[in-house]
Design a protein around this ligand. Structure first.
Ligand SMILES: Cc1cc2nc3c(=O)[nH]c(=O)nc-3n(C[C@H](O)[C@H](O)[C@H](O)COP(=O)(O)OP(=O)(O)OC[C@H]3O[C@@H](n4cnc5c(N)ncnc54)[C@H](O)[C@@H]3O)c2cc1C
Length: 330
C-alpha cells in the first residue's frame, strides 16, 4: 500500500497527499512533466503558509525546492523559488540592495511571493520584479515572463491562474532608494522610541517592521494561522453603507478614482461579538483579520467560520469579503 505524505501547512490542518514530489533543480522538472503528460492532478506548494488544505489531498503535491541566490550585479539578483522569503530579504539588506525592508517576516517561499504579489506596509514585491522564470504547465515549456506579462495588481497576478510553476525570480533594485515609513504603526513605534525619519536606515526600518509584525501577528508555529484571511475590500466611496456603526469606526484609505479601501480587520472586530462560539477556530485576539486554529480544526471548521464572518459582514456593511489564502478542495 502506498504511504500517504503529510503536507505541513501554517494552519496546521492534518493534511495528507498521495504523493509529495520535491523538485530541487530545473533538471528534475521532467517528473512534473510526466504528471502533466499522464493528465494527473497535482498541486504546487511552497511552504504552505497561504493554503487551507483538506485532510485528504487526492492528488500529488509538487514542491519546488530550488535553492540558490545568484548575484547578477550590484542591483540585481536571481533567486531560486525554494529560498525562504525572509532569508532573501536579509541577504538583500546585507548586500546593500534596498526596498524589501517593509516586507521582512512575511512567511513563505520566494516562488510563492509573486503569486499573490505579496505586500505589507505600503510596499508590494511587484515593484522589484524584473522577470519570472517558470514552467508552462500546459505545454511543459520553460519560459521567462517579463514584469508586465505577470499582470500584477493588489494581491493578484497571472500566476493565480495556475498555468505556471515558478522556478526562479529576477529582482532589481533602484540605485537611489526612498524609505517608505508613512504607515501609522511605523510612525507610532518611531514616536514611542523617540526616533525621527533621519534616524532610519533600511536595516533599522526592517527591525521596526519585524517588531510590529511580531507584536500584532501570531507566529504560525505557535498559533497556527495563514495571516490575513480576507482582502481589504475596495469599493466606491458612495457605496459605503452603514447600519449600526459610523464612518469613524472604520479604517478607510482613499485610493483615488472616488474609491476607498476598507480595513477588513476592523470591520470584523466590530461584528465579532456576534460570532457563535466555536471550539476549533476563532479570530486572533489582537488582529481580527487572522483566523487561528485553536484546537485541531479541520478544513470544514475553517470554511464554516469563514461563511459566518462573510454573512455577518454582508448583513452589516453590504460588502462581500474576498478570501485571501487559497482553499484547496480534495
Ligand atoms: C503569519 C502570516 C503573515 C502573513 N503576512 C502576509 C503579508 O503581510 N503580506 C502578504 O502578502 N502575505 C502574507 N501572508 C501570506 C503568505 O505569507 C504569502 O502568501 C506567501 O507568499 C506564501 O508563501 P508559501 O511559500 O507558503 O506559499 P503556499 O502557501 O505554499 O502557496 C501559495 C500559493 O502559491 C502557489 N505557489 C507556491 N509556490 C509556487 C511556485 N513555485 N510556482 C507557482 N505557484 C506557486 C500555490 O499553488 C498557492 O496558490 C502571511 C501569512 C502568514 C501565515
Amino acid at each position: 500500500m502506498k504511504q500517504l505524505k503529510k503536507i505541513s501547512n501554517a494552519l496546521n490542518i492534518q493534511s495528507y497527499a498521495d504523493d509529495l514530489i520535491q523538485i530541487t533543480s530545473k533538471s528534475e522538472i521532467n517528473e512534473l512533466l510526466n504528471l502533466i503528460n499522464d493528465n494527473q492532478s497535482y498541486l504546487v506548494i511552497g511552504e504552505g503558509t497561504n493554503l487551507v488544505l483538506p485532510e485528504n489531498i487526492s492528488f500529488s503535491v509538487v514542491q519546488p525546492k530550488i535553492n540558490f541566490i545568484e548575484q547578477i550585479n550590484e542591483h540585481e539578483v536571481k533567486v531560486g523559488s525554494g529560498i525562504n522569503w525572509t532569508t532573501l530579504v536579509k541577504y538583500c539588506l546585507q548586500h546593500n540592495m534596498f526596498g524589501f525592508e517593509n516586507l521582512i517576516d512575511i512567511p513563505g517561499s520566494v516562488g510563492a511571493a509573486p503569486v499573490q504579489n505579496i505586500g505589507a506596509f505600503g510596499v508590494e514585491i511587484s515593484k522589484f520584479i524584473k522577470a519570472v522564470d517558470c514552467v508552462d504547465l500546459v505545454n511543459g515549456d520553460q519560459i521567462t515572463l517579463s514584469q508586465q506579462q505577470c499582470e500584477f495588481s493588489y494581491r493578484s497576478s497571472i500566476f493565480q491562474k495556475k498555468r505556471y510553476l515558478i522556478t526562479a525570480v529576477h529582482f532589481h533594485f533602484p540605485s537611489t532608494h526612498k524609505l517608505i515609513c508613512h504607515y501609522d504603526s511605523i510612525q507610532v513605534l518611531m514616536k514611542k522610541k523617540g526616533m525621527i525619519s533621519e534616524d532610519l536606515s533600511p536595516i533599522i526600518l526592517s527591525e521596526l517592521v519585524s517588531e510590529i509584525r511580531s507584536s500584532n501577528l501570531p507566529n504560525p508555529s505557535i498559533i497556527p494561522n495563514v495571516g490575513s484571511f480576507f482582502k481589504n475590500p475596495i469599493i466606491k466611496k458612495a457605496d459605503l453603507s452603514l447600519k449600526n456603526f459610523k464612518e469613524s469606526d472604520l479604517i478607510i484609505w482613499d485610493v483615488g478614482d472616488e474609491k476607498i479601501k476598507l480595513g477588513a480587520g476592523r470591520m470584523i472586530e466590530l461584528i465579532k461579538s456576534r460570532f457563535q462560539y466555536n471550539i476549533n477556530v476563532d479570530v486572533y485576539q489582537k488582529h481580527a483579520l487572522v483566523i487561528v486554529n485553536k484546537n485541531n480544526a479541520k478544513q470544514e471548521d475553517v470554511l464554516k467560520f469563514v461563511d459566518e464572518i462573510k454573512s455577518l459582514i454582508e448583513e452589516e456593511f453590504s460588502i462581500t469579503l474576498e478570501v485571501e489564502p487559497e482553499i484547496i478542495y480534495s
